[in-house]
Write a protein that binds this ligand. Structure first.
Ligand code: NOJ
Length: 739
């Protein structure tokens, strides 16, 4: 349609029709599948509004979306097609590693390609909008949604935001892409205490410097939609926060797309105590800048009276509807309401060998080798090996947010390893979780499921004994441990970040047999590994690795792939050390370098400082030495470029994929600065025994910071430039920025 036709369509629509466009409902309203995740409540909206609804949530599959589209268009006076939106966060059917794992790849190009694959699968199934990328900076491992984020670093999350948006949206014109909806704007990751849905309180400097950059990068990349956060920010719920949704997003950043609320978050303005009823909630959200109301009755039931009573300017509604019609038009839905979706296209496009291949590569790259004592890894096929643990045979390697993926399509760890050792000894040895209360609290499992998940005491004993017998007859035990699917993701904040007690017990018992242990971890957050790390010989952090997980893990363990993953989150020594992030602000009493000694420095008295495994950390087979770093100048002006040369040496016979990281510290500034922060990185292949130079170009726009009014500043003075393999082991030199 031409813009003129869109405008005349808008002018011809009744107020009810327009309001319908602003309402998003889930499957049960359209007699389709309801897989929406979130609190279910009766909405109490009229059938008329249901018939006029402009978009559907998590209704997927070519057959279903075509049917719903046809029915819905017939009911609408202007036959306006619906938008189908869904949580396709790290794959539709071909499931990638969880975003925390994708972050650990530091491989932006491959992630972009994989997101375009995900969008192609979803588009074939009739889906138009992916509720991704989720790029909330996540600094607290207690927060279960850390699983969905690339990690704790603003620079890296911004890069992933850009590449993920590009990947999702790049093939829209040939109906093989999706509109990206970046979320959760803004700063959901900073919930107090890491507790789900809690409030957020941030200084403006912190907000602008650390939390806003990833969303801004998504907007800059042309992201079509933005989802609000369920939380409040500095006392104002985000869903009614005009400063964020209009002043920053639209006016400062120039965003012209659609803003959607999160699930029921307009209604929740009442629960926040910000407004007193549904009508006020709708008014506050619309006026703040929210175009679509996801799964709440507020727009459906409140907007009409507000307009007819003159309490709301209809133009506000018109603007929102226009944005929605424009998006539908951009997707070509007025000409082809099915977006080319068909079951044939699904069959051709979903879970292809090529897509699985890329997913496997990313699962391999996501794996972070945390420990490898005496180079026990890679293993050899002729060694006497057993696979033990609750994840040995499980297909649940795809994680909580893979809501359209199937465990039946997933390669288990045992299947992957058996490609190397066909008669591998395998047993589970114990449950994933034996804590009934915790399983009950997950809210997804029925009493029957829980009963099925937990073996009786007798069975548990038998399982343990079988595991010990299998271990006793082996030299090396691969232990596949981790978290239950719903221990990570939305609504899964935890205060204890250790492996479940029963899993730790089994590790203890097998360690006592004197066996070599390779611990393979399937989980969605940084774990506390202090009490197991010394008992095992190697730790392979595999995250929820996705559809190809078992193959990727096996390829790493047997050395077909040399591990290259680097953490994008800190692994703490203790749960109580959270939030833990490498780029914390300098303190007046740092642990190292304070004039005080001993007690009166910033530290915990019962736990080592810093991280057990820090941001950026990860081992490979072989060894890289950082020989030196050269700077092209020791003084620069704001218009100069500094050349940083890092000299590396591969001291091994392995080819190594090294992620060379560049950090800075602004030594004196009018706002206290992080002790270090990442400003660039390069992933390079190092051939055996070779010397390699890696060159970075630094300009003054990488040296800026935000003050407490949200202004970006640069101040002359001394900066440390640091390079290394992770955020802890760095070579450092200083430069002066002169004014
Ligand atoms: C709530 C979650 O916060 C959000 O990430 C998701 O996209 C919506 N539900 C829709 O399922």
């Amino acid at each position: 349609m031409r813009q003129k036709e869109i405008t005349s369509l808008l002018n011809d629509m009744s107020l009810e029709e327009k309001i319908g466009q602003l309402v998003q409902l889930s499957g049960e309203f359209f007699s389709a599948n309801d897989i929406s995740l979130g609190p279910i409540q009766k909405l109490g909206i009229s059938q008329q509004i249901v018939n006029l609804a402009g978009s559907a949530l998590n209704v997927v599959g070519a057959r279903v979306t075509r049917e719903v589209q046809k029915k819905q268009m017939q009911m609408q006076p202007h036959h306006i097609p619906m938008l189908f939106m869904s949580d396709i966060i790290y794959g539709y059917k071909t499931i990638l590693p969880i975003p925390l794992g994708l972050g650990a790849t530091w491989d932006l190009d491959k992630v972009e390609k994989a997101f375009s694959n995900a969008a192609a699968e979803a588009a074939a199934a009739g889906n138009h909008v992916a509720f991704a990328p989720m790029v909330d900076v996540a600094r607290d491992a207690r927060w279960g949604r850390i699983l969905e984020s690339p990690g704790e670093d603003p620079f890296l999350n911004a890069k992933f935001a850009q590449f993920m948006v590009n990947g999702l949206q790049k093939n829209i014109s040939n109906k093989c892409g999706q509109i990206a909806c970046v979320k959760h704007f803004a700063a959901y990751g900073a919930v107090e205490g890491g507790k789900e849905y809690n409030s957020v309180d941030l200084s403006l400097s912190n907000l602008y410097q650390n939390y806003l950059p990833p969303y801004k990068a998504a907007v800059k990349a042309g992201c079509g939609m933005v989802m609000t956060s369920l939380t409040s920010l500095n006392g104002v719920p985000v869903t009614a926060n005009k400063e964020l949704l209009t002043d920053i997003l639209r006016k400062k950043w120039g965003f012209t797309g659609i803003v959607i609320s999160d699930y029921a978050s307009i209604y929740e303005l009442i629960k926040h105590g910000f407004v007193s009823d549904e009508v006020q909630a709708g008014k506050a959200a619309l006026e703040a800048g929210v175009d679509i109301d996801m799964k709440s009755p507020c727009y459906a039931n409140g907007l009409k009276d507000l307009v007819t009573d003159g309490r709301l300017d209809e133009n506000k509604i018109n603007q929102a509807v226009l944005r929605i019609l424009n998006l539908k038009n951009k997707l070509g839905l007025f000409e082809d309401p099915f977006f080319g979706a068909s079951e044939e296209k699904e069959n051709e496009c979903i879970l292809t060998v090529e897509k699985r291949g890329l997913a496997r590569q990313l699962s391999e790259e996501a794996i972070v080798l945390l420990k490898n004592k005496n180079n026990i890894l890679p293993l050899k096929q002729d060694q006497n090996i057993a696979l033990i643990g609750p994840y040995a045979k499980k297909g649940t390697l795809i994680g909580m947010w893979a809501i359209h993926g199937s465990t039946a399509d997933t390669v288990t760890i045992s299947e992957g390893l058996k490609k190397y050792i066909p008669n591998l000894k395998v047993c589970s040895g114990t449950d994933l979780q034996r804590d009934r209360k915790l399983l009950d609290n997950l809210g997804f499992l029925s009493k029957e499921d829980i009963a099925k998940n937990i073996a009786s005491e007798d069975e548990e004993l038998k399982n343990n004994q079988e595991a010990l017998k299998v271990a006793a007859s082996s030299d090396i035990v691969i232990m596949a441990m981790g978290e239950e699917t719903y221990e990570d993701g939305e609504a899964s904040s935890k205060t204890d970040l250790r492996l479940a007690q029963n899993q730790r017990n089994l590790i203890d018992q097998i360690a006592k047999l004197g066996k070599k242990i390779i611990l393979v971890l399937i989980n969605g957050r940084p774990l506390v590994l202090s009490d197991v790390a010394d008992k095992v010989d190697a730790i392979v952090e595999a995250w929820f690795p996705g559809t190809e997980g078992g193959n990727a893990i096996a390829n790493v363990i047997f050395g077909k792939y040399n591990p290259s993953g680097r953490l994008t989150v800190d692994f703490p020594y203790a749960s109580g050390a959270e939030p833990l992030y490498y780029n914390h602000l300098a303190t007046g009493r740092p642990e190292n370098g304070s004039q005080h000694i001993g007690r009166f420095v910033s530290k915990y008295i019962d736990c080592p400082q810093g991280a057990l495994y820090p941001f950026g950390f990860g081992l490979s087979y072989g060894k890289v030495k950082y020989n030196s770093m050269e700077l092209s100048a020791s003084r620069i002006t704001v218009s100069d470029q500094l050349k940083v040369t890092v000299n590396l040496e591969n001291q091994s016979d392995f080819t190594i994929n090294e992620t060379v990281q560049l950090y800075i510290h602004d030594e004196v500034a009018s706002v206290v600065q992080p002790v270090k922060r990442l400003i660039d990185f390069k992933k390079v292949e190092l051939k055996p025994r070779k010397l390699v130079k890696v060159i970075f170009k630094v300009t003054s726009n990488q040296l800026t910071f935000f003050d407490n009014h949200g202004n970006e500043k640069i101040e002359p003075g001394r900066f440390a430039i640091m390079a290394g393999p992770n955020s802890r082991d760095l070579i450092s030199k200083e430069i002066d920025l002169i004014g």
